[in-house]
Design a protein around this ligand. Structure first.
Ligand code: BG6
Length: 442
């Protein structure tokens, strides 16, 4: 499907996100023939640029660069768009700005007459806490309906995340065992090896719970554990995610900071911001009640990797398991850096009578699908252009997620860990050895 006659407006177009993510993604969509020459991309902001100097800021194809224009300030934007796009059918406004600018920008856009036929795209953070998230939703919602708003959570665009629903609802072998009768625990492990790098100013006001748990990781958990939606429509899927989020309680939360974090650029010297968190949760519904769920995530750790692990219940201590040596089955979803699904099984060791070994059954994306996994931003921008909300988060989802973690923000002791170390932790948990799967599908 090729999209025509759209105006894609980027507010705050001189920023880093536009150069690093948005323009390369749009350029790729143009190359692939998904957007044609009838579209325009208009940068907008306080800085003044001539069209030509705006174009020169980006490393894009010459033919695509011709679709780029720049307009200073919002006043006069509507007329500018109409003068550059003959048969205008839709306007998409990407707010590439800090959340504090959403309110004023939205009001100005509405005053400028950009409300009908317009979609608004925003990126996390969707607020700083429950109250500020509600305020953002209220302000944007006063000018635009929920159908016009696209909230990006780039984890939802990851191939291996989208596959969670397919794995669960398109494979009859897994569907019956997806509950507390068979599954003993659920663990989510999202580790980064880099520290805060150049993002100290943002991160120090945020911390891992706001930065990763409130959005990306609760979305992963929702897709993994929600009930089946009635249809694959965005509204039906979102409804199930909301039901799930409303059933969760956080039963424990530990915070940690890496040594040396306070010396990072733009970080307060007495900062109490966490760079690593572990949470324990419960889902209070008939499917999952009583199952312990653990999430841990942080920066400056020994490796980068996001995995989800489901551990199945132990067999009774009879037959091959008399000594309790048979390991429980596990399913590991490798989300990144490589994508795959691994099932841990027990098998007879060849030759040796009665000896059982642990082995894996692997599905690696790299081996099964020749096409490279598409970049998240391309996918998301294309969906915005098509008006498909499936991979975007609703106002209610963001508020439910904030409610869940609100009481744990900036609270509790702060443990310390060394840069490059294995994840710290205080829970008495038998964590799945996720490192053992790092080489599989890599
Ligand atoms: C962003 C966070 O949303 O996600 C960053 O703000 C984090 O702090 C990043 O590093 C992780 O994304 P990914 O796709 O690299 O796992």
């Amino acid at each position: 499907m090729c999209l025509s006659n759209c105006a894609i407006v980027i507010m705050g177009a001189s920023g880093d996100l536009t150069r690093r993510k948005l323009m390369p993604a749009l350029n790729q969509l143009y190359r692939k023939g998904k957007i044609d020459d009838s579209n325009v991309v208009i940068g907008c902001g306080r800085t003044n640029f001539a069209d030509q100097s705006f174009r020169e800021r980006f490393d894009v194809d010459e033919s695509f660069a011709k679709l780029l224009f720049y307009h200073q300030h919002i006043q006069g934007l509507k007329h500018f768009i109409q003068s550059r796009c003959n048969k205008l059918s839709r306007i998409i406004v990407f707010l590439s700005q800090p959340p504090s600018a959403y309110g004023p920008t939205t009001r100005e856009l509405v005053e400028e007459g950009l409300s009908k036929e317009t979609s608004i795209v925003i990126e996390k953070p969707f607020g700083y806490d429950l109250q500020s998230a509600r305020e953002i939703n209220r302000v944007i919602g006063s000018g635009f309906s929920e159908k016009q708003i696209f909230r990006i959570d780039h984890y939802l665009a990851k191939e291996a995340v989208q596959n969670l629903m397919v794995f669960r609802f398109a494979n009859s072998v897994f569907f019956p065992v997806w509950n507390s009768h068979y599954i003993e625990s659920i663990q989510i492990n999202a580790l980064e090896s880099e520290g805060v790098v150049e993002r100290g100013a943002y991160f120090d006001r945020s911390g891992t719970i706001r930065d990763m748990v409130q959005n990306h990781l609760l979305q992963l958990l929702s897709l993994l554990t929600m009930e089946a939606p009635v249809t694959l429509d965005a509204d039906d899927i979102r409804r199930q995610k909301i039901n799930l989020l409303r059933s969760i309680t956080v039963t424990g939360c530990n915070r940690f900071q890496y040594r040396g974090y306070r010396e990072e650029n733009a970080v307060a010297r007495d900062s109490m911001t966490e760079t690593f968190t572990e949470l324990s949760l419960q889902i209070n519904n008939f499917r999952w009640a009583g199952i312990p769920i653990f999430i841990r995530t942080g920066k400056a750790l020994h490796r980068r990797g996001t995995e989800i692990g489901l551990r199945f219940r132990q067999l009774p201590g009879i037959l091959y398991n008399e000594t309790g040596a048979v390991k429980p089955n596990q399913i590991i979803f490798k989300i990144q850096p490589s994508e795959g699904i691994i099932i841990d099984l027990s098998a007879k060791t060849p030759g040796a009578k009665g000896l059982i070994s642990g082995t894996h059954m692997n599905f690696c994306y790299r081996d099964s699908f020749a096409d490279a996994v598409p970049e998240a931003y391309q996918l998301l921008l294309y969906d915005v252009l098509k008006g498909d909300h499936t991979l975007f988060v609703s106002a209610e989802e963001t508020e439910c997620a904030w409610s869940l973690i609100q009481d744990h923000l900036d609270k509790g002791e702060l443990g310390m860990y060394d840069k490059g170390s294995k994840p710290p932790g205080k829970f008495d948990v038998d964590w799945i050895d996720f490192d053992a799967y790092a080489g599989i599908c890599g």
